[in-house]
Design a protein around this ligand. Structure first.
Ligand code: SF4
Length: 475
C-alpha cells in the first residue's frame, strides 16, 4: 500500500459530476437490474439463495486455502506449458509484463478488458516504455479514445450516448460516424481487426483461475477477448491472486452467478478456457502463455479478519448497479478504476486509508449491496470497519482522521453513553441553536455544519427525548 498515492477527494469529485451523468447511469443500471431480476425469478428465490450460499462457501474456501490453491494452480500452468510470474505489487507486475514485451521486441500490444491491469496502471507503464497499447473491448476502446478510465467495472462506457461516441470517433479516428450503434460497432471492428493482426503481444485479465488444471477463464460478451489471447504470438494474463477457484465444479457455480448478476444473462456470450500454449504443431495460438499473479495488497486484506471477505468478490458489478450513491455520482467520482461499493472496499485497502480516507464514508449503509451480492459479501459490515480504521486505526493502519474529527467522534460516543452528559448536551444544544432557528428549521449553520445547510435545512433540535416521552405518555 503506497503512502505516496495522491488522496482521493470523493466529495470534491462528486461536485464535478456532469449534469447528464446520473440519469445516463440510472437508465443503464435499471436495465441490468431488470434483466437480473427476471432471471432470478425464473430460477426461483429459493434456488437463487442456495446458489448464492454455494458461491459464498466456494469463494470463502478458496481464499481460506489461498496458498494451497495458488501453488496447485502454478504447478498445473507449468505442466500445461505456461509460465508463471509472481508480482508483490503494481510496480512489480508492470515490470514483469514490460520484461516479457522487451524480450519479444514488442512494439504493439492489444488488450482485452481487465480490472487487474487498470488497477496496476499497466497501460501507462507500457506507453511510457514506447509501446503502443490498444484496448479492444468496445467500451474500453471508447474510454481509451476519450482519455479516461472505465466508469463501470463491467460496462466501461455505458454512460456515453451514441451521439457522444459518434462525435468521438469523428474526432479521434477521422471517419464519418453516424450516431447509430451498428455503424459505430462496424467502425470499431474494422479498426481493431488491424490492431489484432499487427500486435506483438496480447494481454488479458482472468475472471477465474482453476487450480486443478491451471486454466485461465475469461468471460466476455465480445469476441475481442479471444482475438487478444489467440492471434498475437505471445499471451500475458494478469490475474489477481484472489481469482483462484479450486476446480471446475466450483467454477460452474460461479459462472452462473456472475453472468446473472452482471448483465442479467444465463451465461455470457464468450467463456474462454486457456490451459497453456498449443501442444501439437497443427494447433494454432500463441507460442507462449504467461500468467502474472498479482498480490498488490491482497495478502494484507486476507490477514485482516474483519475485511478479508472483500476477496470473495467476483467483480460482477451488481453492487454498483443497485447502489444509490453510485447511481447519483457515477464511476469517476470514486477516483479508482474499480468503483461503487466493491471499489470502495478495494481502493481503501489497496491504496491505504491515507489516500482513500473519504471512500468508506461514500455510502448510505442502506445494505442493498449486501442483498444483491451473489457471493454474500457483508459489504456494509466491512465499510463500517474501514470507517473505524480511518477514524480510530486498527491492527492494519493508524488513524488518519483529522484531530478535530477524531475528538468530535470521541465526544459524541462519550455523551451518548453517559446519561448526565447526554442530558447536559441536549440542554446546551437547545440553547445554542436559538439564534439559527426559524419556524423549526435552521437554514444556515456555522462551519463545519454549514456543509449540510449548503444543500438542505437542518431541523431544530427537539426537546429532550425523555421529557418528550413523559409528556406523550401523560397525554
Ligand atoms: S462485491 Fe459482490 S456484488 Fe459487488 S462486484 Fe463484488 S461480487 Fe459483485
Amino acid at each position: 500500500m503506497s503512502q505516496g498515492t495522491p488522496r482521493i477527494d470523493f466529495r470534491a469529485n462528486a461536485q464535478r459530476v456532469p449534469p447528464g451523468m446520473p440519469s445516463a447511469v440510472q437508465r443503464a443500471t435499471a436495465k441490468f437490474l431488470e434483466n437480473r431480476a427476471a432471471l432470478v425469478d425464473a430460477l426461483g428465490p429459493e434456488a437463487w439463495q442456495a446458489l448464492r450460499q454455494a458461491g459464498h462457501e466456494i469463494r470463502l474456501h478458496a481464499i481460506t486455502y489461498l496458498d494451497h490453491y495458488l501453488e496447485q494452480a502454478e504447478r498445473a500452468v507449468i505442466a500445461a506449458g505456461g509460465q508463471v510470474h509472481w508480482a508483490t505489487d503494481a510496480a512489480a507486475a508492470c515490470e514483469i509484463v514490460l520484461e516479457i514485451a522487451r524480450r519479444h521486441g514488442a512494439k504493439r500490444v492489444v488488450k482485452s478488458k481487465s480490472m487487474a491491469t487498470e488497477e496496476i496502471g499497466l497501460n501507462h507503464a507500457l506507453e511510457a516504455a514506447g509501446i503502443r497499447v490498444v484496448e479492444t473491448d468496445l467500451g474500453e476502446y471508447i474510454v481509451q479514445l476519450k482519455g479516461v478510465g472505465p466508469a463501470h467495472i463491467v460496462v466501461p462506457a455505458f454512460h456515453l450516448s451514441t451521439a457522444e461516441i459518434a462525435a468521438l470517433f469523428r474526432e479521434k479516428l477521422g471517419v464519418e460516424a453516424p450516431p447509430e450503434p451498428e455503424r459505430l460497432t462496424e467502425i470499431a471492428r474494422a479498426k481493431l481487426r488491424e490492431e489484432f493482426l499487427a500486435a506483438d503481444l496480447g494481454i488479458s485479465g482472468g475472471n477465474f483461475l482453476v487450480a486443478e488444471t491451471g486454466t485461465i477463464v475469461t468471460v466476455t460478451n465480445e469476441g475481442n477477448g479471444r482475438m487478444c489471447t489467440t492471434i498475437p504470438p505471445v499471451h500475458v494474463a494478469v490475474v489477481g491472486i484472489d481469482k483462484v477457484v479450486p476446480d471446475w465444479e466450483s467454477l460452474s457455480v460461479l459462472l452462473k452467478l456472475l453472468a446473472r448478476s452482471a448483465t442479467g444473462q444465463k451465461l455470457s456470450c464468450y467463456t474462454q478456457f486457456i490451459s497453456g500454449p498449443p501442444r501439437r504443431p497443427e494447433e494454432t495460438g500463441p507460442r507462449e502463455v504467461h500468467l502474472v499473479l498479482v498480490d498488490n495488497g491482497r495478502s494484507q486484506i486476507l490477514r485482516s479478519p474483519e475485511t478479508r471477505k472483500t476477496l470473495l468478490c467476483i467483480r460482477c458489478g451488481a453492487c454498483l448497479n443497485i447502489c444509490p450513491v453510485y447511481n447519483s455520482v457515477g464511476g469517476y467520482t470514486y477516483g479508482y478504476p474499480i468503483s461503487g461499493p466493491t471499489g470502495v472496499l478495494f481502493a481503501t485497502q489497496i491504496l491505504g486509508t491515507s489516500a482513500a480516507r473519504g471512500l468508506p464514508f461514500a455510502s448510505t449503509l442502506c445494505g442493498a449491496c449486501n442483498d444483491i451480492c451473489p457471493v454474500k459479501i457483508p459489504i456494509t459490515e466491512i465499510l463500517l470497519h474501514l470507517r473505524h480504521r480511518v477514524v480510530e486505526g486498527d491492527a492494519v493502519a493508524q488513524s488518519v482522521a483529522p484531530f478535530p474529527l477524531g475528538l468530535a467522534a470521541k465526544a459524541g460516543a462519550a455523551s451518548l453513553g453517559t446519561t448526565w452528559l447526554y442530558r447536559l448536551g441536549a440542554w446546551a444544544l437547545r440553547l445554542l441553536q436559538v439564534p439559527f432557528v426559524r419556524d423549526g428549521w435552521m437554514a444556515h449553520l456555522p462551519p463545519p455544519l454549514h456543509r449540510w445547510t449548503m444543500a438542505r435545512p437542518f431541523p431544530a433540535f427537539a426537546a429532550d427525548f425523555r421529557r418528550w416521552w413523559r409528556r406523550r405518555a401523560g397525554r
